[in-house]
Write a protein that binds this ligand. Structure first.
Ligand code: ADP
Ligand code: UDP
Length: 242
């Protein structure tokens, strides 16, 4: 089936694991991000489809970018164009993933030899070099200049924004019955300004039910727990009230 952007004759500039990027209009200053139902885990080793994920994730991300904007956090988000498409500013991305954690889970629990769900005494912030071939290795600030991955001061600012976002999202999900365990953000530069980009969805966050600790995110797919679509729908329902 032809994607809506293809019907409109938009030029595809990139296809990733979860999204496709198209040019919007004649210049290259704006992009359309198309959200797919494709799901991958363990660095692409596990592949599948989550029904309606594209629609849920587009709506969830759009709502969360709006919430963050209302609290002073600038992002690439311009508008939700259709069920699966979001219009964004085309940024020069840092090839870095910013992971913020409030509770132990996933790779942190493994690395530190503790069980999942231990509340951290203060948030942990980690940087990973975005590279599928290398499996996104963890880096630190000294790698930025050494490998020309971005201006250290810009990445420092992105880190600060990532931590500010934590307070806003933690509070929002807490009021809606969910614990924000951890999440991954990406940032880029536009006219010298550091802007939040990419997506904020159950693909990129861990959310647990506050009472039952049931997982309401992509771990249901990663760990074959069932109820995957229902989990995305729950986050969609919560964020659609924003
Ligand atoms: P991946 O590339 O990891 O497979 P996706 O399928 O989500 O992930 O692809 C989306 C790509 O678009 C990512 O590589 C991300 O860094 C990039 N991206 C997100 N927002 C923007 C933006 N505003 N401008 C340019 N690139 C972006
Ligand atoms: N994450 C992500 N993309 C990645 C790696 C991690 O969105 O390429 C998110 C993941 O969903 C989780 C957080 O970042 O919310 C921390 O992930 P972790 O390092 O524990 O990795 P995992 O064990 O899930 O691979």
């Amino acid at each position: 089936m032809k994607k809506i952007s293809e019907e409109k004759g938009r030029k595809k500039v990139y296809e990733g694991k979860a999204k496709i990027l198209y040019l919007y209009g004649g210049d290259e200053s704006k992009l359309v991000t198309y959200f797919k139902d494709d799901a991958t885990a363990f660095n692409g080793q596990k592949k599948g489809t989550i029904e309606q994920k594209g629609e849920f994730n587009n709506a969830i991300s759009s709502s969360l970018f709006k919430l963050l904007k209302s609290k002073g956090i600038k992002s690439h988000f311009i508008e939700k164009l259709s069920e699966r498409e979001m219009l964004v500013h085309h940024l020069k991305m840092f090839p870095v993933e910013f992971v913020v954690r409030n509770y132990t889970a996933g790779s942190l629990a493994k690395k530190m030899g503790v069980e999942e769900g231990v509340k951290l005494l203060s948030p942990v912030v980690e940087l990973y070099y975005k590279s599928d071939e290398l499996g996104d290795p963890m880096i630190n600030e000294t790698y930025l200049k050494a490998f020309d991955l971005g201006e250290p001061k810009d990445v420092e600012e992105a880190k600060k924004i990532a931590v500010n976002i934590n307070e806003i999202l933690k509070d929002f999900f807490d009021k809606n019955g969910l614990l924000l365990v951890d999440y991954k953000l990406e940032f880029g530069i536009l006219n010298g300004n550091v802007l939040l980009a990419d997506e904020i969805t159950p693909d990129t966050m861990r959310l647990w039910d506050k009472v039952t600790l049931e997982k309401v995110d992509k771990d249901r797919f990663r760990r074959d727990l069932g109820g995957v679509e229902e989990a995305y729908k729950r986050v969609y329902d919560i964020t659609s009230k924003i």
